[in-house]
Design a binder for this molecule. Structure first.
Ligand code: HEM
Ligand SMILES: *[C@@H]1O[C@H](CO)[C@@H](O)[C@H](O)[C@H]1NC(C)=O
Ligand SMILES: *[C@@H]1O[C@H](CO)[C@@H](O)[C@H](O)[C@H]1NC(C)=O
Ligand SMILES: *[C@@H]1O[C@H](CO)[C@@H](O)[C@H](O)[C@H]1NC(C)=O
Ligand SMILES: *[C@@H]1O[C@H](CO)[C@@H](O)[C@H](O)[C@H]1NC(C)=O
Length: 316
């Protein structure tokens, strides 16, 4: 990310990732960093430009776009299904529990799509890849070559996106269901170093949890009443615009915002990983990149599967 934006740059991470990827030749239809090199060489910079201007307007947008990619990938794979609007045949995932009144950034995705289609002279870059690049431009490098779904699945979104009320074993199961392990869970959970949650997402934690710092719980109750104020925002760590290890430091200090966050440091097997990340940015950053690539590889549509949508909100 350019230093003109509010979300920090990770060029060293990108460099690391590119080196890591170039080490192996890719089999047919696998994702790659240079998927659009010939079909539309200007694609990635057009995407980045639009994201940079969105981030300059609102720095939280990076967090919101990163989360869209996560919610896309956990439901039938990274296929852009989260972007489809409701129609008579599409039961939009936008209304699934984890997304309703919460998932945001859809207009920015539309802006990116318009900009990239203009540069490419048509729909070359998939909506699923736009979400991945947006996550990348918000944080780290990713692989490309996904195609877009022709369906959405609100029921699957309700079942497959983990909930903030979950305990550690439920979180581990939820990640295991998409082929990710408990180290991926902790590394990707570090995505909560960015962005905000609504009162409705952490109210139970503020009133029912006991493994919470006393001063922190007092502050939370101040900003999130027992009843009402559902949409009041609280940052997911102390520094919501910085990609750093404060999320993990907060967990070690029993100041995780969501019940699910604190579960990662609550006497279980993941405590050691949280502790390690909390004082080793390099270890966290390297593992985050690896786990982002693993998440971005969850059953993508490739080759002749699916389509490249003309409008991210509708099937062609
Ligand atoms: C481990 C299971 C996870 C649970 C239970 C969870 C749950 C949540 C919840 C409840 C919110 C607040 C939503 C709201 O109140 O509107 C949130 C926000 C967010 N999540 Fe997660 N999440 C998880 C994993 C992840 C992962 C893997 C990523 C990305 C790598 C991620 C990225 C984000 C970001 C960036 C935000 C802030 C979005 C914004 O400010 O618009 N989360 N998450
Ligand atoms: C979405 O469309 C389906 C089918 O028309 C309908 O049953 C559902 O209630 C709609 N959902 C919303 C939130 O509009
Ligand atoms: C989504 O949220 C609205 C309130 O903004 C609510 O009326 C609606 O029932 C919710 N939809 C679903 C499917 O939960
Ligand atoms: C975790 O939650 C699941 C589902 O709610 C429950 O069945 C299980 O007993 C819980 N496990 C622990 C260790 O509390
Ligand atoms: C806390 O736990 C109680 C008892 O299990 C439950 O009734 C309540 O809804 C929970 N949440 C809050 C915010 O009090």
């Amino acid at each position: 990310m350019a230093s003109s934006t509010n979300v920090p740059s990770f060029s060293s991470l990108s460099l690391f990732l590119i080196t890591f990827l170039l080490a192996k030749p890719s089999p047919t239809w696998s994702l790659s960093t240079d998927f659009y090199k010939n079909s539309c060489p200007g694609a990635l910079s057009a995407i980045k430009q639009t994201i940079d201007s969105a981030l300059a307007k609102e720095r939280r947008m990076g967090a919101s776009l990163l989360r869209l990619h996560f919610h896309d990938c956990f439901v039938n794979g990274c296929d852009g299904s989260i972007l489809l609007d409701n129609t008579s045949t599409i039961d939009s995932e936008k209304f699934a529990n984890a997304n309703n009144n919460s998932a945001r950034g859809f207009n920015v995705v539309d802006d990116i799509k318009a900009a990239v289609d203009k540069v490419c002279g048509g729909p070359v870059v998939s909506c699923a890849d736009i979400l991945a690049v947006a996550a990348r431009d918000s944080v780290v490098a990713v692989l490309l070559g996904r195609r877009d779904s022709r369906t959405a699945n609100r029921m699957a979104a309700n079942n497959d996106i983990p909930a903030p009320t979950m305990n550690l074993s439920a979180l581990i199961t939820s990640f295991k269901n998409v082929g990710l392990d408990s180290k991926d869970l902790v590394a990707l959970g570090g995505g909560h170093t960015l962005g905000f949650a609504r009162c409705t997402s952490f109210r139970d934690r503020a009133y029912n949890d006991t493994n919470i710092d006393p001063a922190f719980v007092k502050a939370l109750r101040g900003s999130c009443p027992r009843r009402g104020g559902d949409n009041r925002l609280q940052s997911l760590d102390q520094t919501p615009a910085k990609f750093d290890v404060n999320y993990f430091k907060d967990l070690v200090g029993l100041k995780g915002l969501l019940h699910s966050d604190q579960q990662l440091f609550s006497g279980g097997l993941t405590d050691a990983i949280v502790k390690r990340y909390s004082d080793d940015y390099g270890a966290f950053a390297a593992d985050f990149v690896k786990s982002m690539v693993r998440m971005g590889n969850i059953s993508p549509l490739t080759g002749g599967q699916g389509e490249v949508r003309k409008n991210c909100r509708r099937i062609n």
